[in-house]
Design a protein around this ligand. Structure first.
Ligand SMILES: [Zn+2]
Ligand SMILES: [Zn+2]
Length: 327
């Protein structure tokens, strides 16, 4: 078997031939970034490479002074002796799978991905490879998403019911990606749409990309009292609750997350309603994506890796957990 193109190291996933890291966990000289979520794009590295649509989002996240280079999807660039290119992952705007080729051997790092289409980001593109490194955040058969249109219809109905009762709707959603996914599907006819200031900076990049988003008011904007009772407020789960005390106290609360599939997680989140709308692949999505790469070697990372690895080995793949020796 040919040598591993990527190795798990204390600083993160490392490509020795190209001397770069993919989504490093510590500061490094050269970081290749799959997408602008905080657990993938960390501050402190000397220089960053990402997809062109990701660049603006990364600048917001890492600061204007950060040295960031970008590549259009599909464009190949040589780093050391490795050829590197980005391919849409369907997770959030600009999210990419990283394709690495060395001497005819091709590995793909999925980052986070979702093969189901959404208008807020570029659609997932299967990339043929020998080895596919897959995330498996929701890598258990219990995770099967219902169509997003159905879920958005339910969210709008929930909001409408609350508005009719004169109660603002408080929706917990991550500031980048999930918030925009939800906002794009909201019906502005029901009432005003408001968002926490953590959500707002990411809206222009989405609009520039061509996503049609309804008007979003920041919570600082003056909204007449009776209008506020009909509003939906999008707040990241990590936001300071005290600031949102008024909205949280008087409103009905819900959360959008793949974790809302299970009753335990819903209970733990302390919200009244949960909608299992996700920007990650569900169990079937993971299997479909793996199959579409034609890869025989599959390394799993992030989440329920054991179940997926066991299943894949049973199906005849050569599979293991990233960082562990695969058979
Ligand atoms: Zn992510
Ligand atoms: Zn992630």
């Amino acid at each position: 078997m040919s040598e591993d193109l990527l190795k798990q190291t204390p600083k993160g996933l490392y490509c020795p031939v190209g001397d770069f890291y993919v989504d490093p966990i510590k500061r490094v000289k050269r970081a290749v970034i799959t997408h602008a979520h905080m657990d993938h794009a960390r501050q402190g590295s000397e220089n960053y490479l990402c997809s062109s649509t990701s660049e603006k989002l990364l600048k917001i996240r890492l600061g204007k002074k950060t040295y960031i280079q970008s590549l259009n999807y599909g464009k190949k660039s040589k780093i050391g002796n490795a050829q590197v290119s980005f391919h849409p992952a369907g997770h959030i705007l600009g999210s990419a799978q990283v394709r690495i080729e060395v001497g005819g051997e091709v590995w793909v790092v999925s980052g986070d991905y979702n093969p189901a289409k959404d208008i807020t980001c570029e659609p997932f593109e299967p990339v043929t490879c020998h080895c596919f490194i897959t995330e498996c955040t929701f890598g258990l058969p219990v995770y099967r998403w219902r169509p997003q249109v159905e879920l958005m219809k339910e969210i709008n109905e929930w909001w409408k019911r609350n508005a009719e009762m004169g109660k603002p709707s408080v929706m917990l959603a991550y500031s980048l990606g999930k918030a925009q996914r939800v906002i794009a599907g909201l019906d502005p006819g029901i009432g005003p749409i408001m968002a926490h200031e953590a959500v707002i900076p990411y809206l222009p990049a989405h609009r520039e990309y061509g996503v049609v988003l309804p008007e979003v008011k920041t919570c600082r904007n003056e909204i007449p009292k009776e209008q506020f009772r009909k509003a939906i407020v999008i707040i990241p789960p990590a936001a300071d609750e005290s600031k949102w005390h008024k909205a949280l106290r008087k409103g009905r609360t819900a959360m959008v997350s793949g974790w809302m599939t299970t009753r335990g997680a819903k209970k733990q989140s302390k919200v009244e309603s949960g909608f299992a709308l996700s920007d990650h692949a569900d169990w079937n999505g993971i299997l479909m994506a793996i199959q579409s790469t034609g890869a025989n070697k599959i390394l799993a990372t992030h989440g329920n890796t054991d179940a997926l690895v066991r299943y894949l080995n049973g199906m005849g793949y050569e599979s293991g957990r990233l960082g562990q020796k695969s058979e």
